[in-house]
Ligand binder design. Structure first.
Ligand SMILES: C[S@@+](CC[C@H](N)C(=O)[O-])C[C@H]1O[C@@H](n2cnc3c(N)ncnc32)[C@H](O)[C@@H]1O
Length: 229
């Protein structure tokens, strides 16, 4: 039986029951294969821009016998996926800027009925800022730890309302500061990163104070956890 790691499990938990799924940058196709095996989706398009990863996907789809539900397509982003093939779209394991470019050129994602499940490996602040400023609202965001790294998964949809995010919203989004180990780890790594970024900011500026406020909030949150797991 296929077992997903924490990162892909969290993505899977945001996929709606019986949906038509697109998994962009699928590589091994573990996510759509797992969802198909567990009868959680009615169909899936597993897409990748490279033939090598798509070959891995095809092998796994065949091995697990889910070819009637999961099909593959060679596609840059969603360029070769049509809107009627996917209601829930997962874009996981890519940089935030690449995720932005994929969303931005796919007009049919700007639709309140489509759900986006996004898991950036880097630049999650750039991705969140784009979502706020381009009419996407976050329904849920949670952190997870896979291996030694902490990740955040964003579940959102288009509602057409343009928002101007605060610095805190750019870096934390809708991530609930819950008293659990993954959130604490995510906050701790983020806090260290923000301390580094702040070094390049003019000390008497408004921006510096905003960074300081956010760093203090994260420090307090991390300290309050003590040795909790
Ligand atoms: C690190 S893997 C992530 C695999 C899987 N989504 C996960 O999260 O475990 C990134 C995959 O994205 C693919 N990729 C990169 N740029 C892409 C693009 N513009 N469109 C589609 N796939 C892309 C790569 O070929 C690679 O297979």
């Amino acid at each position: 039986m296929l077992i997903l790691d924490e990162r892909l499990s969290l993505c899977a938990s945001y996929v709606r029951e019986s949906t038509a799924l697109a998994d962009v940058g699928t590589d091994h196709a573990y996510l759509p294969v797992w969802l198909a095996l567990n009868k959680r989706i009615r169909s899936a398009v597993a897409s990748d821009v490279r033939k090598g990863p798509l070959g891995n996907a095809e092998k796994n789809i065949k091995f697990y016998g889910v070819g009637d539900i999961v099909k593959t397509v060679l596609s840059d982003g969603l360029d070769s996926v049509s809107p009627d093939e996917a209601d829930d779209i997962v874009i996981a394991g890519m940089g935030g800027e690449l995720i932005v470019s994929i969303i931005d050129r796919t007009a049919w994602l700007f639709d309140k009925d489509k759900r986006l499940i996004l898991q950036p490996m880097t630049r999650s602040n750039t991705l969140r800022k784009y979502l706020y400023e381009n009419g996407f609202v976050t329904d849920k965001e949670e952190a997870c730890v896979s291996g030694v790294k902490a990740y955040s998964v964003i579940c959102c949809h288009y509602d057409g309302i343009v928002r101007k995010p605060t610095l805190e919203e750019e870096y934390l989004g809708s991530l609930a500061l819950r008293n659990d180990a993954p959130t604490r780890k995510y906050a701790s790594v983020l806090c260290a990163k923000l301390k580094n970024i702040r070094k390049g900011v003019y000390e008497s500026s408004e921006l510096y104070s905003e960074y300081t406020k956010l760093i203090e909030k994260l420090d307090d949150f991390v300290d309050a956890g003590g040795n909790e797991k």
